[in-house]
Design a protein around this ligand. Structure first.
Ligand code: SAH
Length: 217
């Protein structure tokens, strides 16, 4: 699963150039018994399987030695919602250790004992943490200096100012009877900026009233 789609395009080129790196670990390397089991039945009964604290700890400890400054994340739908402000923070930091569970989840004692930060990428349930981790990595990697072109990285994007992005247009000037808004062709930079700000405010108000205010934390 790793680097998966992050081996392509901008992130992939940056990976090849050494602007970021990735070490994927197979939790099963630390599994128990002949079948290298990583999970067991839930204490208290019920459906599904729970990942074992001892197995996950062995895998984590082999990756992150004591004193490792990297935040340790665990992907889970009940975690803190992942937001752009975090992506900025983590992209500027020493890196991340991300645990990607499967099945019903992990033994709670692991989260406590290893001080894991629980992070969610949204209010829906995936079948494993890998796609969530890829989403987080993608959001962080594109913010690393040199990954995107100068022109793109200087842009203010959705969420940065607490506003969603204004509508974008490009050639042709007219398409299927639809024209580009006149003001964008006027060459008047102040008017263009004013139109974009108003549109960004309108769209944010219509779609995400919760976003109003300083850039989301
Ligand atoms: N029983 C759990 C869901 C398990 S889904 C519950 O009810 O909360 C299996 C795994 O997929 C999770 O352990 C987690 O690592 C990952 N996952 C699923 N949805 C996710 C989300 N929205 N954000 C981050 N990780 C998620």
């Amino acid at each position: 699963m790793f680097p998966g789609p992050l081996g392509q395009s901008l992130a992939g080129e940056a990976l090849a150039r050494g602007l970021w790196s990735l070490e994927a670990r197979d939790i099963r390397d630390h599994g128990t018994g002949r079948h290298r089991a990583v999970d067991d039945t839930p204490a208290g009964g019920g459906p599904g399987m729970v990942m074992r604290a001892d197995v996950l700890a062995a895998s984590l400890d082999a990756t992150a030695l004591p004193g490792d400054p990297r935040p340790r994340l665990i992907m889970t739908p009940r975690g803190a919602p992942f937001r752009q402000a975090r992506a900025r923070e983590w992209a500027a930091g020493p890196g991340l250790v991300i645990l990607c569970p499967r099945f019903e989840g992990v033994d709670e004692r692991l989260i406590e004992a290893r001080g894991l930060s629980e992070v969610s990428i949204g209010d829906y349930v995936l079948s494993g943490g890998e796609i969530a981790a890829l989403a987080i990595l993608d959001a962080c990697v594109r913010l690393i200096p040199g990954v995107m072109g100068k022109e793109d990285s200087g842009r203010e994007e959705s969420f940065e100012s607490g506003l969603l992005e204004y509508p974008q247009y490009t050639r042709p000037r007219e398409w299927e009877g639809r024209a580009i808004p006149e003001v964008l062709l006027s060459g008047d930079h102040a008017k263009v900026a004013e139109w974009r700000r108003r549109e960004a405010e309108r769209i944010t108000k219509e779609r995400r009233f919760d976003l109003r205010g300083p850039a989301g934390s």
